[in-house]
Design a protein around this ligand. Structure first.
Ligand SMILES: Nc1ncnc2c1ncn2[C@@H]1O[C@H](COP(=O)(O)OP(=O)(O)OP(=O)(O)O)[C@@H](O)[C@H]1O
Length: 358
């Protein structure tokens, strides 16, 4: 790691070094911010985020609605919509070749990077299929637009569709309205992988599906990661769902990471009061209903994030210090970090009422 990176190691990045000390980072975000200028002020919808995404991992990103999850996903691909501005840096380190400054790319190379290196399944993307084209035409169009060999690409599409437990011939010859939601979503994942990207970013990919289909797609994603050596970023508001898949989890609160750690630590030993609240508010079929605690208050407005710790107005542990001083990210362990002044006391102060099943 170069010296300019070393300075940031005390932030969410240390948690990206695995137990063996391996530090093979595929996407490195530093001081990443997204802002929109509004009549009533600057809306900072991602606020100076540091994150290292390790090659081959599945990173889950969770948080309430409006916490900045989709903005983080869009920023990773330098795909924030106008008039939003993205600042900071994102470095993509391919397996082979030079590092790429994602935010500095011109239009053409950025377009290639987006499908060929870092691919994305956007929220609600299922409805973006062209209803007048069958799935074969969708695959061919994507392959041709990137100058890929169509024959070889369709073979890969067939393999991917089969990996996703779909009948390749049937899907390729079907129109979007002829497939169920679960089948369409799997076809979309195959399309996102047809150009052999190294990283797949998924924003709420299973939100529109029933519970059973969600669970089966989750297990298929794990298989795909292993087979194709993928790195995945899985964005969701559904903490129990992501614990079934992710190696690490980043908890976003008010456009910043409140806590980042290996999944075991986040689920069984969370140190941020917000993560505890999120877990305690999580519906769990095995837990008694009276143990569920909705999170009181509402998420901050991006134009008016409170000073100090952004969570202090909702936090049962907040003190004057929390209102005045923003807590830095601190290491709980080599794979777990939290931004809270009072994390050493959280075990005594906020009980975990429900046990999330992994
Ligand atoms: N085009 C836009 N212009 C201005 N503000 C926006 C725009 N798109 C989103 N925002 C704001 O950015 C903030 C973060 O939104 P984002 O979509 O990232 O949240 P999220 O965590 O993904 O929520 P959800 O789970 O509801 O999708 C929100 O306050 C939202 O209102």
């Amino acid at each position: 790691m170069s010296s300019d990176h070393a300075a940031a190691e005390s932030t969410a990045t240390a948690a990206a070094t695995d137990a063996d000390g391996v530090d093979d980072v595929v996407l490195e975000c530093r001081d990443l911010s997204v802002a929109f200028e509004m009549d009533r002020g600057t809306s900072r919808v991602l606020n100076g985020v540091d994150m290292d995404i390790r090659r081959g991992e599945i990173l889950g990103i969770v948080g309430e609605s409006g916490s900045g999850k989709s903005m983080f996903a869009s920023a990773l691909l330098n795909a924030v919509v106008d008039p939003g501005t993205t600042e900071g840096s994102i470095t993509y380190r391919p397996r082979e070749g030079d590092a790429v400054d994602v935010l500095g790319l011109e239009k053409g190379p950025l377009r290639s990077l987006r499908w060929e290196d870092i691919s994305m399944v956007f929220q609600g993307a299922m409805s973006s299929f062209n209803p007048t084209m069958d799935f074969r035409e969708h695959f061919v169009e994507t392959l041709e637009a990137h100058d890929y060999d169509v024959g070889a690409g369709i073979e890969r599409a067939e393999e991917l569709l089969a990996d996703l437990y779909l009948d390749p011939d049937r899907v390729l010859d079907s129109y979007p309205h002829e497939l169920s939601g679960g089948m369409k979503q799997r076809a979309l994942i195959a399309l996102a992988l047809v150009l052999e990207p190294e990283v797949l970013v998924m924003d709420e990919p299973t939100a529109a599906l029933d519970l059973l289909m969600q669970r089966s797609i989750i297990s298929l994603l794990g298989d795909l990661r292993d087979k194709y050596d993928l790195t995945m970023v899985f964005i969701t508001h559904d903490l129990p769902l992501v614990t079934k898949l992710a190696d690490r989890i980043g908890v976003l609160y008010a456009f910043e990471f409140a806590e980042v750690g290996d999944t075991e630590s986040i689920v069984h030993d969370p140190k941020h009061p917000y993560t505890r609240a999120l877990l305690n508010a999580t519906p769990n079929l095995d837990a008694p209903l009276e143990e569920m605690r909705p999170i009181e208050g509402s998420a901050p407005d991006p134009v008016n994030v409170p000073a100090g710790c952004p969570y202090h107005e909702r936090c049962p542990m907040a003190t004057d210090e929390c209102a005045d001083v923003k807590p830095p990210m601190e290491a709980v362990s080599g794979t777990h970090e939290v931004a809270c002044h009072h994390w050493p006391d959280v075990d005594d102060e906020i009980a975990l009422s429900t046990e999330v099943q992994r």
